[in-house]
Design a protein around this ligand. Structure first.
Ligand SMILES: CC(C)(COP(=O)(O)OP(=O)(O)OC[C@H]1O[C@@H](n2cnc3c(N)ncnc32)[C@H](O)[C@@H]1OP(=O)(O)O)[C@@H](O)C(=O)NCCC(=O)NCCS
Length: 465
């Protein structure tokens, strides 16, 4: 088991060496110097090129293929750190001391318990909903549980514990197919939950960020279970963030190797500059709405196939290419028609995405124990070779993070409709970190649109039209 973890570290360090060989070590000074407001920049449609704010959270150097969180190289964080440390780093701006880390982990464990939110969610036919839409709904429900900002009268009353008999759950979501429904809101966790309740008063920004970081994972895991026709299971306070997340989705404790791979994958997806979902989250926060609505908006934006939804699309592409019987000929036809191939290309990276550099060898490593995924992994290698040969040098199109993440998730037992929610769980770290930072010097976002319509039109009543 330890050998597996060491092998994974070796793979990451090898990917790091390759990346460093292919890129220069000099930062681009223009991009890291202090901004003098107002800035002059060239802005394209979709705000391309616009500088919306300053940030110390993370840095993406698209031409060199660098990803940096708070000054630390992504490869180092993947090789030596954990998602708990990295999320603390992103949100708090520094790596935690051992006591800070212990306290932070304890806090995250408490926030895994979302009794009222899960109880509310179970009243909805989640299995009939898009998983991202269910995740967004659950995130907004967490807001009610934590902030009680919109309570209409008096103080909120916390129900101590959810009735542990199945009859107390609205049966619209009757488990499909499984013989024995598992519903484990065990009494022994009551103490844990009432400690979490005490913290509800402290719905300050940072507490709400921690609550979201842990809670969105619990909601996502519950959606995964219900989609499989199983009941949600209680978190395990003895497991790490990554292991517990897998456990709550799959209903079995992961192997140390699975835990490590999940952890690395969470780290890789935690933050990525001013991407569409981060911007969406920040726009909502800038109105002085709150961090729950803000993260809900990030989830909505991440859902699109041009953003986080691409990882699910990739699996359909790989399946279609494999089933054609000749993936090489299949992808050549796609490229001839100038169709976009999911999992390739990036608005910022014009070099190989460092996240794909790590995920590609991880996928290859994992298929040793998951032979059913091997054909798709081999298909991915064929597609990568063809697309890069055709578009790499000419258009700087290389695999992005989504090209290999789906294969990795599949090997970890995660269903494809959960790929984007799993991405979202990790990105809560970056979203909350950047929202917190922006709120220190908040200015409501208000770009302009250029009006190209008409003027001076004469109003005609409906009867005369
Ligand atoms: C991510 C993405 C939206 C970036 O778009 P962009 O920065 O606007 O880049 P463009 O769409 O202008 O692409 C530039 C050129 O590369 C080509 N290209 C970009 N991505 C491509 C892809 N995935 N497959 C094939 N060609 C691609 C475009 O056709 C275009 O060629 P042209 O100059 O002949 O018109 C785009 O690459 C894409 O749609 N990728 C697939 C979806 C995906 O994987 N998204 C996840 C991103 S993490």
């Amino acid at each position: 088991m330890k050998q597996d973890s060491q092998a994974i570290t070796k793979l990451i360090l090898k990917a790091a060496r390759k990346a460093r060989e292919e890129t220069s070590n000099e930062p681009e000074p223009d991009l890291v110097k202090l901004v003098r407001w107002p800035v002059e920049c060239t802005v394209g449609p979709g705000l391309e090129g616009a500088i919306a704010c300053e940030s110390k959270v993370g840095y993406v150097n698209g031409s060199k293929g660098w990803l940096v969180y708070r000054g630390y190289d992504i490869f180092d964080l993947c090789a030596y750190s954990t998602f708990e440390e990295v999320s603390y780093l992103l949100i708090n701006g520094k790596l935690p001391s051992s006591s800070e880390l212990a306290e932070y982990k304890g806090r995250l464990i408490e926030y895994r318990y979302l009794n009222q939110t899960l109880r509310l969610l179970l009243g909805f036919p989640l299995e009939q909903m898009n998983t991202m839409s269910a995740l967004r709904m659950g995130t907004n429900m967490m807001r009610q549980e934590f902030t009680h900002r919109d309570e209409r009268s008096g103080q909120p009353v916390f129900s101590d514990i959810i009735g542990s008999d199945e009859d107390s759950i609205p049966m619209e979501t009757a488990p499909k197919g499984n013989r024995r429904a598992i519903y484990e809101f065990r009494r022994k966790n009551k103490a844990m939950r009432s400690r979490a309740n005490e913290l509800f008063d402290k719905a300050s920004g940072i507490e709400a960020c921690y609550h979201l970081l842990s809670g969105v994972a619990t909601v996502a895991a519950m959606i995964a279970r219900v989609n499989r026709g199983a009941m949600p299971i209680d978190p395990d306070p003895n497991l790490s963030f990554a292991a517990n997340f897998l456990y709550m989705m799959n209903g079995r404790r992961p192997t140390p190797m699975e835990e490590r791979v999940m952890d690395v994958s969470l780290i890789l997806h935690a933050d990525h500059g001013m991407n569409a979902s981060t911007f969406a989250a920040m726009v909502v926060a800038s109105t002085l709405s709150d961090v729950y609505f803000s993260i809900g908006s990030g989830i909505a934006a991440l859902n699109g196939p041009l953003h986080g939804g691409a990882n699910e699309q990739v699996m359909h592409t790989l399946a279609a290419a494999y089933e054609s019987g000749d993936p090489r000929a299949w992808i050549r036809k796609v490229l001839e028609k100038k169709n976009k191939v999911p999992g390739f290309g990036h608005r910022v990276y014009k070099a190989y995405d460092p996240r794909a550099r790590v995920l590609a060898p991880l996928a290859k490593y994992l298929v040793r124990d998951n032979p059913e995924v091997r054909p798709l992994q081999e298909t991915a290698e064929v597609l990568e070779a063809e697309v890069v040969a055709k578009l790499g040098a000419e258009k700087q199109v290389f695999p992005n993070v989504d090209f290999y993440s789906g294969l990795v998730y599949r090997c970890l037992g995660i269903d494809s409709e959960m790929f984007t929610p799993v991405f979202a769980v990790s990105r809560v770290a970056g979203w909350t970190a950047r929202v917190q930072e922006y709120m220190e010097r908040n200015r409501i976002f208000r770009p302009r649109a250029r009006y190209t319509g008409e003027f001076n039109k004469q109003y005609v009543t409906v009867e005369e039209r």
